[in-house]
Design a protein around this ligand. Structure first.
Ligand code: CTP
Length: 398
């Protein structure tokens, strides 16, 4: 969730500032780009050198660094950030955030920023309980900021009560879960199929196809990135998912059918991008077939159409998306598949289109919705095609 995110960590004057060193370390470890802004008081509790070394970035303490003559532009910093976390937030800074006072770089960046802001207060228990602090907390919440509540425990004053800064691990977990909850596919259970299927002829031979699985994996990765809980059912392929998801490997159309049926009932959205074999050998020889005759005929029988089977049992709330790979009269065949298989969207691949197809890294698609409205897209990388597909699905769940 935090990978490649630009994060500004504000550190205020509080003994809990020692925890910000660990927080920076954890954020950097999670793949975030971290820039630290220390308030003048914060710099009394932890050195800029510690935070600069851990964040691998210069630490900002004021608008103007006298020694270097560098001016820190608060607007630029505010716009750079994907999120701001102020941990620890002192009672003093909290009051400034509530009233709009911007007498230091951190509060000025806060006022300039458009990104989500997380505030993790730390103070003595009576300061935390004070009416003024309570009022400031409600005020900054009403501005859309998120509070990461302090915990109870022994405080620096020796008193015991609420006011301890949340632990760095908890702050990171809070940020990750909060980002996840804001993603468009959060809470959606999604099933994606990808790759070819292999239909055995004998122990060493099979009928397969050229599907690489690239398109299905790109869709599964994109959905996971957008917060979905993804189950990827993959035929034999060398592809690897880059995002966290549950992967079920299968070989034949029958295996894929069984895996899909076992997952489907629990899914909100299903995208069938696998190139499932339409026919399989009627019998599978248990021993290697010898080349005894000059001719050899294989008797084939139809596999179960997985997509059509799911279309028959799908409920009103489930979204079913299929592909149609066509070589002629493409649009009519695709629309016919949408109706016949009871789909919500059909994604047409025409093999006549340059840049579309099985093995390439690009694809060109046309999408039809239930009202048979058409949206055509240009040739794009499969990662970008996956984004277009996700956008079309989002229109159905919004
Ligand atoms: N599909 C499936 N099970 C099969 C065959 C296909 O679930 N046994 C799914 C594919 O994953 C794809 C869609 O059906 O989403 C369309 O596949 P395609 O091969 O284009 O069409 P078919 O329905 O097989 O029809 P035809 O081969 O006659 O064009």
């Amino acid at each position: 969730m935090l990978k490649n995110k630009n994060i500004i960590l504000g550190v205020c004057g509080s003994i809990a500032a020692y925890k910000s060193a660990i927080l920076v370390r954890l954020l950097v470890k999670a793949g975030a780009n971290v820039k630290v802004i220390l308030t003048p008081d914060g710099a009394n509790f932890i050195t800029p050198l510690t935070l600069a070394t851990l964040s691998k970035n210069p630490v900002y303490t004021q608008y103007f660094e006298e020694e270097t003559g560098v001016w820190s532009n608060h607007v630029e910093l505010g716009l750079w950030a994907d999120l701001i976390i102020i941990a620890p937030t002192s009672a003093n800074t909290l009051a400034k955030l509530a009233t709009g006072i911007c007498d230091n770089l951190l509060t000025a960046v806060y006022l300039s920023a458009k990104c989500p802001v997380y505030v993790a207060p730390a103070m003595d228990l009576d300061m935390w309980k004070h009416e003024t602090t309570r009022g400031n907390i409600s005020k900054i919440k009403s501005f859309g900021n998120t509070i990461i509540a302090p915990q109870s425990g022994e405080l620096a004053s020796g008193l015991y009560g609420e006011g301890r800064l949340a632990e760095p691990e908890e702050i990171v977990a809070f940020l990750e879960s909060s980002i996840k909850k804001g993603l468009p596919f959060y809470g959606q259970k999604v099933m994606v199929t990808a790759g070819p299927t292999y239909e055995a002829i004998d122990p060493v031979r099979f009928i397969g196809n050229h599907s690489s699985g690239k398109m299905g994996f790109a869709i599964a990765d994109e959905l996971s990135r957008l917060g979905a809980d993804v189950t990827l059912i993959a035929g034999p392929t060398a592809q690897k998912a880059t995002e966290p998801l549950k992967r079920i490997d299968v070989v034949s159309a029958k295996d894929m059918f069984e895996a899909c049926i076992s997952v489907f009932q629990e899914t909100d959205i299903t995208i069938m991008s696998a190139a499932v074999a339409d026919y399989k050998p009627k019998t599978v020889s248990t021993q290697k077939i010898k080349k005894n005759n000059s001719e050899f005929n294989l008797e084939l029988e139809k596999t179960t159409d997985i997509l059509a089977s799911l279309g028959m049992v799908k409920t009103q709330n489930q979204i079913l998306v299929g592909f149609a790979l066509e070589t002629n009269d493409e649009e009519n065949y695709a629309k016919a598949k949408l109706v016949k298989k009871n789909l919500d969207l059909v994604i047409l691949n025409s093999l006549n289109d340059k840049g579309a197809g099985f093995k390439s890294d690009t694809n060109k698609i046309t999408i039809f919705n239930k009202a048979l409205q058409k949206t055509a897209f240009d040739v794009k990388s499969k990662a970008d095609v996956a984004k277009d597909i996700c956008n079309e699905i989002l229109k159905l769940i919004k």
